[in-house]
Design a binder for this molecule. Structure first.
Ligand code: 13P
Ligand code: SF4
Length: 301
């Protein structure tokens, strides 16, 4: 029996579902029950009837699924697949900002640890950050931990005082304007679609800025033939499936998330077979971190 057959059989035996982010390898995306951006996957995780959730993604995604489902088993194919940005903010920084501003909302990108989420007022993803920040009653917003997504929100919601810390995604901030201009010269007719985790100069040069699913929708629905994509190339798999005639170009030679790459079919078989790499969180953490996640699900409706 090959890995795909084993996964199908084990999923039924264990009443498990597999959620996969667009950044994991195509062969993993293919065996998933649900593929999506972070927001879509959090929503699916909040609604499932399955006993086990196998999260083909990085740690913060598995943690959010567990917080939304404290009584289910959430299994991570690779226990070390973690998003470095999730750790780029401290509790001390949040407390200092709370002391400084009475009228402050701590808006926490879902790419953060469960420990940090406990101190947030609301979570957001790249697909709903603008909508949620606009809807908050507070004028002062401490947007953590992604300074680039925070900067994007700041410019879209000028009526708020959006402050950020120094966190960033190493994969997206790696993308340079020089390289973008080089690729654009090669394909002058191409449309540029980027993720808001990119630096401001990249976002400003783009025709479209959005979450991974928004980028996929944009490319599939836009008339052009050539597209320059400023995000991890895992999104190419879905675009190729939906619009095989589009030409997709990366900006950098390599646009992969090494942590998402750690997820393999073999590891999924292993966790399904042995119930290993279960996400275990302290009950107190989970209760406190649930409120900002629930608030996101409500406000994003
Ligand atoms: P999305 O919410 O757009 O899927 O992004 C997740 C992510 O980690 C981007 O680097
Ligand atoms: Fe984290 Fe960046 Fe990887 Fe997204 S692409 S999971 S933000 S390291």
């Amino acid at each position: 029996m090959d890995n795909i057959e084993k996964i199908k059989k084990l999923k039924e035996e264990k009443n498990a579902i597999i959620l996969a982010h667009y950044y994991v390898d195509e062969e993993v995306q293919k065996i998933a029950d649900y593929i999506g951006d972070s927001f879509y996957l959090a929503k699916v995780a909040s609604q499932t009837e399955a006993d086990r959730i196998v999260f083909a993604g990085v740690e913060f995604m598995g943690e959010s699924a567990k917080i939304l489902n404290p009584n289910k088993k959430v299994l991570m194919p690779d226990a070390f697949a973690d998003c470095p940005m999730a750790h780029m903010i401290t509790i001390k920084e949040i407390k200092e900002m709370r002391e400084k501003y009475d009228d402050l909302a701590v808006v926490c990108y879902i790419n953060s640890t469960a420990e940090i989420k406990q101190y947030a007022d609301v979570c957001v993803t790249s697909s709903n950050a603008i909508k949620i920040v606009k809807a908050l009653p507070q004028k002062n917003i401490f947007f953590i931990p992604d300074q680039n997504l925070g900067d994007f929100v700041r410019r879209q919601v000028p009526e708020k005082n959006v402050m950020t810390n120094y966190g960033h995604c190493p994969r997206h901030t790696n993308i340079t304007l020089d390289k973008l201009n080089e690729v654009k010269q090669k394909y002058p007719e191409a449309k540029i679609a980027v993720h808001p985790e990119c630096k401001r100069e990249i976002v400003e040069a783009a025709d479209f800025v959005g979450s991974t699913s928004a980028i996929i929708d944009y490319v599939v629905q836009t008339e052009a033939k050539d597209f320059i994509i400023g995000t991890v190339d895992g999104v190419f798999a879905k675009i190729k499936e939906l619009a095989p005639n589009k030409n997709l170009h990366t900006i950098m030679d390599v646009q992969v998330c090494p942590n998402m790459k750690k997820v393999t079919l073999e590891k999924i078989v292993d966790v399904l077979e042995n119930d290993t790499n279960e996400v275990i969180l302290n009950d107190d953490f989970m209760q406190k971190a649930l409120s900002p996640l629930k608030k996101m699900l409500e406000l994003a409706k």
